[in-house]
Design a protein around this ligand. Structure first.
Ligand SMILES: [Zn+2]
Length: 559
């Protein structure tokens, strides 16, 4: 019967909808959640509707102070009345928890009542829109999440959407406290370190670098009786001074660990949206979410140094097949690829007599999908990689000493000057070519050259301009890097050099030093190191300086 209420919009060809917005201010949100104020819910929904021309907001209903587990709320009753009478065919809420927090009852509306009446249901922040739902989709997943969560990432996801809204309204943007941080007692927009939780976070990163799987880390923390973030937060609310109160029923989970390991909040970065974007539209934000967010560095004190963070990021990006029983990853696991087919190398063990031998072989070969074995023994490979890392450490140490000998800021300033000269030269070249292109056009106008000659020369000039512009952009970026380096204390060199005493190949060492290892059929391996660009750049910086500063005959001694 409600089908007749939907009408075809002649302009877009899409269905059009008459919608009721439902807001709920609840007691269970507590005072902290200003973002859930009725005014905020209302402007979020209005922005959304503005971006969706086939939806017309015709009614609003709200409940204030009713709990999410009770459906006898007057505002909600009004929604049902509007739906039943056929005045609307669409219900919009900010998120599912506005509709209700009680799983079974909320599920009844989402999965039975609304669909059977042909009502479109939209929960903006949970990305739920019933017209996108396919049979079998679990539309209730977000509700379950609401119940399980308070887990930092989920919370931050919601807050990010809220921030966007606040920013579009020009409001001041505050910070949110993730596990490891707490809000400053006097300024809730400021994050300060919560030492107890921060120590747990540091431990999680250290364990990951040692090669533990997310699951193994979670189990370790549970064994130690460390409260998971949600429980810990709750315990603080109840004024427990210590977080060590025995594991709760749910405990740490692998996804909680992963959430922490990938959250840049721990390196002092606050994710923030771009300011002043013209034509700010919700539709765009939803599609290109990541790109619309910029990053505020040094927003607050870091718990993890960027070096460790990126080493962990690298560890997470490679295939981490865990050795049975131990929950620990082999040092080289996932880091090697076959030179011929590009697939990763996998471990294979064979027993001869009483001895067990382990090899890495090409994954394609092992699966019988062609390629050749590329087989290399694990022990020998690890030894070779360790030797290569030792060499790399020596290079770094040498560089560190060189940089200490001379004032590296001075070195950088010389380098900077040189780069600026190069950049200026590139820019002059771009101007020259543009000028030439203009002259070409005049020549064509005056009949001095033919149309096809003009076209050909114009194309050539355009290509030269393009190349020069790319080079200029590259220089510009390098210049920015050098400036950034001169501000920092060359942390990466310090961090690499800190491994001076390492003799045994560990996962941490591999993650720190190595980007990728390529294995050839003739049993040679090619190692690509991390920070090779930086190392190269510093070699470049140091070399000419050395030549200028040192006695010139040294260079010519062999000639
Ligand atoms: Zn292969």
């Amino acid at each position: 019967m409600l089908e007749g209420h939907k009408s075809r919009s002649p302009r877009t060809g899409e269905d059009s909808y008459e919608a009721i917005a439902y807001y709920r201010l609840s007691r269970d949100d507590g005072k902290e959640h200003e973002s859930d104020s009725i005014a905020n819910q209302r402007s979020l929904i209005r922005e959304y509707v503005k971006a969706h021309p086939n939806i017309r907001l015709t009614e609003e209903a709200f409940d204030d102070g009713y709990t999410g587990t009770n459906y006898d709320r007057p505002g909600f009753q009004r929604v049902m009345e509007a739906v039943n009478s056929g005045r609307v065919n669409c219900v919009i809420v900010k998120d599912l928890s506005r509709l209700g927090r009680e799983y079974v009852e909320t599920g009844k509306y989402l999965e039975m009542i609304f669909p059977s009446m042909g009502i479109r249901f939209i929960a903006i922040n949970d990305d739920v829109d019933s017209i996108n739902a396919r049979p079998g989709d679990d539309i209730l997943v977000p509700v379950k999440n609401i119940m399980n969560e308070t887990y930092c990432r989920e919370l931050s996801k919601k807050l990010r959407k809220q921030f966007r809204l606040q920013r579009s309204q020009g409001e001041y943007l505050g910070a949110f406290a993730c596990y490891g941080y707490k809000k400053h007692p006097d300024d809730k927009h400021k994050l300060i370190i919560d030492e107890y939780a921060a120590e747990v976070v540091r431990n999680i990163f250290a364990l990951k670098l040692k090669g533990f799987s997310d699951q193994a880390i979670a189990e370790h923390l549970n064994r130690e009786g460390i409260l998971p973030p949600s429980e810990y937060k709750r315990s603080l609310g109840l004024n427990y001074k210590s977080g060590l109160k025995g594991a709760d029923k749910s405990g740490w989970r692998a996804f909680t660990i992963r959430g922490i390991l990938t959250n840049p909040v721990y390196i002092g970065v606050l994710i923030q949206g771009k300011r002043g974007t013209p034509n700010y539209k919700i539709r765009q934000m939803r599609v290109r979410e990541e790109e619309l967010w910029s990053v505020v560095k040094d927003n607050h004190e870091a718990i993890i140094d960027t070096f460790t963070f990126y080493a962990v990021k690298k560890a997470l990006s490679v295939d981490t097949r865990v050795t049975a029983n131990t929950g620990i990853v082999d040092p080289l696991s996932g880091m090697m690829v076959c030179a011929d087919c590009g697939r990763s190398m996998v471990k294979r063990s064979v027993t001869r007599g009483k001895k067990k031998f382990s090899y890495y072989v090409c994954h394609t070969y092992k699966k019988g999908g062609g390629c050749t074995s590329h087989s290399i023994p694990v022990e020998k490979t690890e030894a070779a990689v360790m030797r290569a890392i030792r060499n790399q450490i020596e290079v770094v140490i040498e560089m560190k000493q060189l940089l200490e000998e001379m004032d590296h800021k001075e070195v950088l300033s010389v380098k900077l000057k040189r780069m600026e000269l190069l950049l200026a030269e590139k820019n002059r070249e771009i101007d020259r070519q543009k000028n030439f292109r203009m002259k070409l056009y005049e020549a064509l106008e005056e009949g001095l050259i033919e149309k096809d000659e003009y076209e050909e020369m114009r194309k050539k000039a355009a290509a030269v301009i393009e190349t020069a512009e790319a080079a200029a952009a590259r220089l510009e970026k390098e210049r920015a890097d050098v400036i950034a380096d001169s501000k920092g204390k060359l942390l990466w060199i310090e961090q690499l050099a800190a491994h001076q005493a390492s003799v045994k190949l560990t996962r941490e060492l591999v993650m720190t030093f190595i980007d990728r290892i390529t294995v050839f059929e003739d049993k040679t391996i090619h190692i690509e190191f991390n920070y090779r660009d930086e190392l190269y750049r510093y070699q470049e910086i140091l070399r000419p300086i050395h030549q200028e500063a040192g006695p010139p005959w040294h260079e010519k001694a062999d000639l």
